[in-house]
Structure formats: C-alpha cells, structure tokens
Design a protein around this ligand. Structure first.
Ligand SMILES: Cc1cc2nc3c(=O)[nH]c(=O)nc-3n(C[C@H](O)[C@H](O)[C@H](O)COP(=O)(O)O)c2cc1C
Length: 327
C-alpha cells in the first residue's frame, strides 16, 4: 500500500481526500459518516453571512458594509437553516465525534462582520477555516478592482483575527487568477480552493419562471480547475485544494499530478454515496502501486506546468491542429 498521508493547512491528514462543504457535513451524524467513509478531513457546510446578519439586531447592521442589503430580508423570509449558535455547536460536537480535522466554512461578502465570529469558531475547536467568497459582479458601476479588493480585505481581516490556518475558496471568474492567487497568499491564505461551483440558473419555458439547474457537476467540469492547479503549482507557496468535477480515482490522480495538495469530493458523493470516498482513495492507491510510487511526493505536481518540458502547452487557448490534434 502506498503512503497517502499528507499535510494540508499545516494539519496532518491520513489521505488527501476531503468531503467538500455541502449538506453531507451539516450535521454531526453526517460528519461521522464522512469520517467512517475514509475522508482525510471534512469541510463543514458553510455558515452564510446572511445568517449572521439575520441573527443581529437591525441597529447593529452597518449597511454601509453590505453589498446585498436585500439578502437580509430574503434570508429572514426563507428561514434560517443553521444559525450562528448552532454552527458553533456543530463545530464543537464534530470535533468530539471524529479524529480527522474539521474545517469550518464561512461564506463571506464583507470584511468586517466576521471578526468576532471567527474567534468563536477558533474557540469551538475548528482545525482551520475555509472562506467561501462569492461576490456576484452584476453591478456595472463596480469595477474588477473593487471586487478583487473586497476579496483581499475579507481574507486579510480574517487572517489577522485568528491564528487558525485559513483556506480561501474562490470562483474561476477573475481576469488574472494567477495574480489573485498570489495576492490572496500575501494576505495570509494558507490554501486556495479552486474552484467553487456556483448555483446554476435556468428558465422554465412552460411556467416562464426561473429554475435551479445542474445542481451537481459532471466529470467534464474537471478541466478548468485541473488547468489552473497545473498552472499555479509551484508558483504559489500555499496549498492548492482541488474542487469541481472530481468523480472518481482517475480525476483525483489527475488533480494530484497537476499539483493539488488535497482533492475535495462533493457531487460524486450525492450520486454514488459516501462509499465513493474509500473507492477514490483505494483507486489512487492502486494506481500508485502499479507504478511503484510510494508516497504522494512521487505523484504531486509531476504534470504541473513548472515541471513540464513543454510549458507552452498549458497556456494554449486556441485550437491549433499541430498542437492539439484537432481543428
Ligand atoms: C448540495 C450542495 C451544497 C453545497 N454547499 C456549499 C456550501 O455551503 N459552501 C461551499 O463553499 N460550497 C458548497 N457547495 C459546493 C461544493 O463544496 C463544491 O465546491 C462544488 O459542488 C464543486 O465540487 P464537485 O464537482 O465535487 O461537486 C455545495 C454543493 C452542493 C452540490
């Protein structure tokens, strides 16, 4: 058997396969099942900033910090699934229930509201924090600079407030992901989670209503994070955690070869059940054994751009027959 142990966010993990933030990790029972299924660590379901707001008195809410004041009203109307107090309980009880690292996840829109709360998360025993930052850039008056600065301010305010390692989960919609990655690292991010997969959107043609769509990813969606992990590996010092499109051991091996420190599983666990965690782990182990690879150091980053003899292939955006074989 290969040695799959690794270090992520400074934490020792038996293997690099994490259950991503999702409803599998929103209860202590769910967290236990993930640990029993063989996960190297879990990322708890996110606590949403709107939930913190909904818990505060109106007078405490500093609307100048809010980009989406309507969100408060929306969340108050729809009812809160998991409030801030219950979330601290989830962190505390999960830590008691499992021996693998428990990473709390916070969905942030603004830099200031979180400071007190992240300290409480640290006191509740979380091993690390994953910041899920997703800002909808729909306002034509808001520049890319504003949005990037907001990401950086959020990360800086949290990394200054707590000693816990902080991972930052972002979406793929930046003009320069490489620049953002290096700026996030400068603000104290110990890992980048690439990428979040946002709620998809569709229109019901019969009812002329909006409807949610494509809740779960497909294996084809691996392409975008795979490319970015292979481009960034070795160029940023922080850990890289792959998220989106990993459905099996082959996908996990690709992410590790690209340079991922850890690989997060989500959609596949809804489609195939939590047994898929062990299947991915065993499949990666078998793949390594067949090639005489003994530890993850033999695999990780072997196919990254930095270690490639043809780095230009990683940056090729156009279809040129001579290079990619199709036109
Ligand atoms: C039902 C469901 C709930 C999710 N909830 C969260 C969440 O609370 N916070 C978060 O950062 N990501 C959340 N995600 C996104 C996943 O963590 C993951 O990044 C995304 O599904 C892409 O990975 P996948 O292709 O393995 O599914 C959720 C995904 C699903 C399907």
């Amino acid at each position: 058997m290969a040695d799959l142990s690794t270090t992520y966010l400074g934490l020792r993990l038996a293997n690099p396969f994490l259950v991503a933030s999702c409803s599998h990790t929103k209860t202590v029972e769910g967290v236990k099942k993930c640990a029993d299924g063989g996960a190297g660590a879990v990322v708890l379901k996110s606590l949403f900033e709107e939930q913190i707001l909904a818990d505060m008195h109106e007078s405490e809410i500093q609307t100048e910090f809010l980009w989406h004041p309507e969100a408060l009203d929306y969340v108050q109307r729809m009812g809160i699934e998991l409030g801030p107090a219950e979330y601290l309980r989830l962190v505390r009880e999960s830590k008691k229930a499992v021996s693998i690292p428990v990473i709390a996840s916070l969905h942030c829109l603004t830099p200031k509201l979180w400071i007190d709360y992240v300290r409480k998360i640290a006191d509740a025993g979380a091993d690390a924090i994953e910041l899920n930052i997703s800002i909808m850039p729909s306002d034509p008056k808001r520049t890319s600079d504003d949005i990037e600065k907001r990401h950086l301010d959020i990360v800086e305010s949290v990394t200054r407030a707590v000693k816990l390692p902080v991972a930052v989960k972002i979406g793929p919609h930046f003009t320069s992901i490489a620049h953002m990655a290096s700026e996030l690292e400068k603000r104290g991010a110990a890992a980048l989670v690439l990428f979040n997969r946002f709620c998809q959107f569709d229109i019901d043609l019969e009812k002329l209503e909006l409807k949610g769509a494509y809740r779960l990813s497909t294996p084809l969606e691996i392409a975008l994070p795979l490319r970015w992990i292979s481009l960034l590996a070795g160029k940023v010092k922080c850990d890289l955690s792959a998220s989106t499109g990993v459905h099996d051991a082959a996908g996990a091996v690709k992410m590790l070869l690209a340079g991922a420190t850890t690989v997060q599983l989500c959609s596949t666990l809804y489609l195939a059940g939590l047994g898929r965690i062990g299947a991915v782990r065993d499949g990666v182990d078998a793949w390594m054994n067949e090639r005489g690879m003994k530890t993850l150091a033999d695999v990780r980053g072997k196919m990254s751009q930095m270690r490639s003899g043809s780095p230009e292939l990683y940056e090729r955006l156009q279809y040129i027959k001579a290079l990619v074989g199709i036109e």
